[in-house]
Structures are given as structure tokens and as C-alpha cells.
Design a protein around this ligand. Structure first.
Ligand code: SAH
Length: 246
């Protein structure tokens, strides 16, 4: 392992001054680091979702764009966006996951770059710097999602795109995303999600408006029990993608 290459990650650790992080959440995800790239491991749903969210983002164009992936984890989406031609920076607050991401990028000779920095801190450092920002399956794990959204609005260039995916909050999403996925099908480790942190599309849109982000599209990410696969759909009741224009 080339530790030299990993040093910049540690050097750029800037979590101080950022209260918008739940360290219990970070350690929960860090514990999954070793198996992050195992398509059959604890991140299986992320691997299964990835081609669909990549397809969604690719429609907005990736080639030659400055792309930021917020809460990138081990880099499943970040790397695929770099492979599709984006100039991608992935940020997260789990050093363990970013090490895994960095190692995987070295192995696959990806151009993606990673930093341990909070979105709010990067927004102060590089406002209006990115053509396209993705923030997938992360907002439902932060204490103050509105603050994260404000950081995304500050980081995106005027006219740029912000794509978010998260879980909707209603009795069905509770049954499917928590009871079904964690307790029945064991698709996710128990305790992965907390129902009250799920976010309704109307809440996202309401927070986004005063920040200058306009909701352009909502698309569902639906799991089909028969084919055991995800697809993009009009059903946004459980997992959904939201595209905002800056
Ligand atoms: N976006 C990735 C990973 C989703 S898992 C994907 O979809 O493939 C959720 C990620 O959010 C984890 O990597 C976790 O470390 C990160 N995370 C949670 N709270 C965070 C915060 N406050 N700031 C940055 N990242 C955070």
C-alpha cells in the first residue's frame, strides 16, 4: 500500500468548526469500509442502485464537468462518474471510507480525487465551483440536512445542477426501507436508517427554494420484489432522486 498517496487525505481533514455531523452515523458507515466494494456485502443496495443513478446524472452531462460528490463513502458513484468523463471530487467525513475509496481509485486508475471535508467547509473555501453536485443517500444521516443543502447551493455554479437521492417519509417507506430491508430481507444492517430523518420531496423543495435551487425533476428508485432489482420510476414513495437547477 502506498501510504504517501493517502497522506493528503489526512492532511486535508477539516472537521473542526462543523457541527453538522453525527459521529455515531460516521462510525456506523466506517465499520462497513472493508466490504464497501463487495457487490454482495453491506453496500449491496448502493451497488445495485449505481447504474440507475449514473444514468440519471449522465443525462445532465458529465464529460469535462467539475463534479462534486458529497457524502461519497467508498466512492461507488464518484468513480463511475469519473469513468464517464467527469472531473470528480468526492468528499465525506469518514476517513476509513475515504481510504478505501482512494485505494480502489488507485487500483482502477481512476482520475477521481477525494478529501475529508464537510460540505459547509468546502463551500466557504470554493463557492460556486461545481457544474454538477451529487449527494446520494446521505442527507438522511446528517443532523441538519437544510444546512447541507445550503452548502450545496453555495458550491454549485450559477445555472449548474444538484442531484440528491434520499428516502421519503411515510408509512410505506417505513415498512419497506426499515422493516423490509433491515429486518426481513436483511438487505441492510439493522439500524442503518432512522425513520424520523427521512425527507419528503416537499420538504426538500421548500428548503431549496430560498437557496435559489429550483426543483426540476423527481424520479423514484423502485425495488421490484419479483425481479429483485431497482428501476427508475414515477413512484417516489420510498427512495427517490431529486434534480435541482441553480
Ligand atoms: N453517497 C454514497 C454513500 C452513501 S452512505 C453512495 O450513495 O454510494 C452515506 C455516506 O454519508 C457515508 O459515507 C457517510 O460517511 C456519509 N456521511 C454521513 N454524515 C455525513 C456528514 N455530515 N458529512 C459528510 N458525509 C457524511
Amino acid at each position: 500500500m502506498n501510504t504517501e498517496t493517502l497522506d493528503p487525505l489526512r492532511a486535508s481533514t477539516q472537521t473542526a468548526g462543523t457541527a453538522n455531523v453525527d459521529l455515531t452515523e460516521i462510525s456506523k458507515f466506517s465499520a462497513l469500509a472493508q466490504s464497501w466494494w463487495d457487490p454482495k456485502g453491506a453496500s449491496k443496495p448502493l451497488h445495485e442502485l449505481n447504474p440507475l443513478r449514473l444514468e440519471y446524472v449522465e443525462r445532465l452531462g458529465l464529460k469535462g464537468k467539475q463534479v462534486l460528490d458529497v457524502g461519497c463513502g467508498g466512492g461507488i458513484l464518484s468513480e463511475s462518474m469519473a469513468a464517464a468523463g467527469g472531473d470528480v471530487l468526492g468528499i465525506d467525513l469518514s476517513p476509513a471510507l475515504l481510504q478505501v475509496a482512494q485505494l480502489h481509485a488507485l487500483e482502477s486508475q481512476s482520475t477521481v480525487k477525494y478529501r475529508t471535508i464537510a460540505a459547509e467547509d468546502l463551500a466557504r473555501e470554493r463557492p460556486q465551483s461545481f457544474d454538477l453536485i451529487t449527494c446520494m443517500e446521505m442527507l438522511e444521516h446528517v443532523p441538519d440536512p437544510e444546512s447541507t443543502l445550503a452548502a450545496l447551493a453555495a458550491l454549485v455554479k450559477p445555472g449548474g445542477d444538484v442531484v440528491i437521492s434520499t428516502l421519503n417519509r411515510n408509512p410505506l417507506s417505513f415498512m419497506v426501507a426499515i422493516v423490509g430491508a433491515e429486518y426481513v430481507a436483511h438487505l441492510l444492517p439493522r439500524g442503518t436508517h432512522e425513520y424520523l430523518k427521512f425527507i419528503k420531496p416537499s420538504e426538500l423543495a421548500r428548503w431549496a427554494r430560498p437557496l435559489g435551487l429550483t426543483l426540476n425533476n423527481l424520479t423514484g428508485l423502485t425495488y421490484n420484489l419479483f425481479t429483485r432489482s431497482f428501476s427508475l420510476s414515477t413512484n417516489t414513495q420510498i427512495n427517490y432522486l431529486a434534480h435541482f437547477k441553480a
